[in-house]
Write a protein that binds this ligand. Structure first.
Ligand code: GUN
Length: 365
């Protein structure tokens, strides 16, 4: 018993000589290995321990028959698939692409597939994609976009996540989602922005403007709040009319910088709360003949891969984006810590580059 007995399986599909291998079933493998269906399933689905000799027979039979497991059937059996759901706000934004690189790298180490959803920055879509990933029995769901300060969104999201987590699903997020009780990779946005402000006042700047995204995003609130704190440490107050809110995108940065110039404001230094917004601002300043850093110094936040290659290279607060992706994936693969959530804090590092310099004038003009 247990040796190869192609005769028992008949010809065609079952002896592995057929061309129609797509129809090899688990039953075929069990018969060929001369084990029960349950044993073959345990070996191939890796659910429980099986005697080594039986295990070897099943694996040999599966190889001989070129057995390809049915991923949907496996998912149903386990109530979770080999897929991870990754929800970002904008797949075209290098911040998310760089984090996704880390997520996919860590997922590959565990033989997991990543399904990517991009919400186009629509909070309702984030909830809808979460519901779809639940229905797909994703093993874990990762939210890597900023949290929202929005009660309706939080209620709708919790209504999806709580039953998913109760059923064994895992959830981990990047950035501050204070309304979700889930494991978190938390960049120190507040502290990083404060350190940047101190570095810029250290260069001699006193007149600032900030280009922000929507204040309902926790990342925006934290970076803006931290920047104000850091300026206050240097005795500088940021006037409300020098905080310009636009979309959290390159085009938003362009529009905000254009609006700043239209108002006639000429700060010596501008902080855009993300590098992508800073890229838009740099283009707007160039289009309006404003020299960076000769007339206005410019800084961003994140250190996405391309900003060191801009002309001039961008001053920023560097976050280890690939590592953040790896960490959020690994958090989701760890056993839950009872009802307590884990928070892994990530420090930012101020990187001064040529887009910032000491102010060359004292009177804005
Ligand atoms: N940093 C934190 N959140 C974001 C985001 O949504 N986009 C970009 N570009 N940078 C970020």
């Amino acid at each position: 018993m247990g040796d190869e007995r192609p005769g028992r399986l008949g010809r065609s599909v079952r002896d592995g000589t057929s061309h129609d291998r797509t129809h090899v079933t688990l039953q075929d493998v069990a018969r060929r290995a001369d084990v029960s269906l349950a044993t073959a399933s345990r070996v191939l689905n890796g659910t429980t321990q099986v005697r080594p000799d039986l295990r070897e027979r099943v694996i040999a039979a599966a190889a001989a028959l070129a057995y390809a497991p049915n991923a949907h059937a496996q998912a149903l059996a386990r109530a979770s698939s080999q897929a991870i759901g990754l929800i970002c706000h904008d797949v075209g934004d290098p911040y998310f692409a760089t984090i996704a690189r880390g997520v996919t790298r860590a997922a590959a180490e565990h033989g997991l597939l990543v399904m990517l959803a991009s919400t186009s920055r629509d909070p309702a879509r984030e909830v809808a994609y979460t519901a779809m990933l639940r229905a797909q029995r994703a093993r874990a769901i990762l939210l890597i976009g900023s949290g929202f300060e929005d009660r309706d969104w939080a209620r709708a999201m919790n209504a999806e996540l709580e039953p998913y987590i109760r059923a064994g699903g895992r959830v981990a997020v990047i950035s501050r989602h204070h309304s979700l009780q889930v494991d978190t990779v938390q960049p120190e946005n507040r502290e990083g922005a404060a350190a940047l402000a101190r570095a810029l006042t250290g260069l001699g700047h006193r007149d600032f403007a900030v280009l922000t995204g929507p204040h309902a995003l926790t990342t925006v609130a934290d970076r803006l709040g931290g920047f104000r704190d850091g300026l206050a440490d240097g005795g500088v107050r940021l006037a409300d009319d020098l905080v310009i809110e636009e979309a959290f995108t390159r085009d938003g940065g362009y529009a905000a910088a254009t609006e700043l110039l239209r108002r006639g404001s000429r700060p010596t230094c501008v902080f855009a709360v993300t590098d992508v917004m800073a890229i838009g601002a740099l283009a707007a300043f160039r289009d309006h003949g404003v020299d960076v850093p000769g007339q206005i110094s410019l800084a961003g936040f994140d250190d996405i891969p391309i900003v060191g290659d801009l002309v001039p290279p961008l001053t920023t607060v560097a976050l280890p984006l690939v590592e953040m992706g790896e960490r959020v994936m690994n958090l989701a693969l760890r056993e839950p810590h009872g009802s307590r959530r884990r928070v892994e804090r990530i420090a930012g590092e101020v990187v001064l580059r040529a887009s910032t310099a000491a102010p060359s004038r004292t009177v804005p003009g």
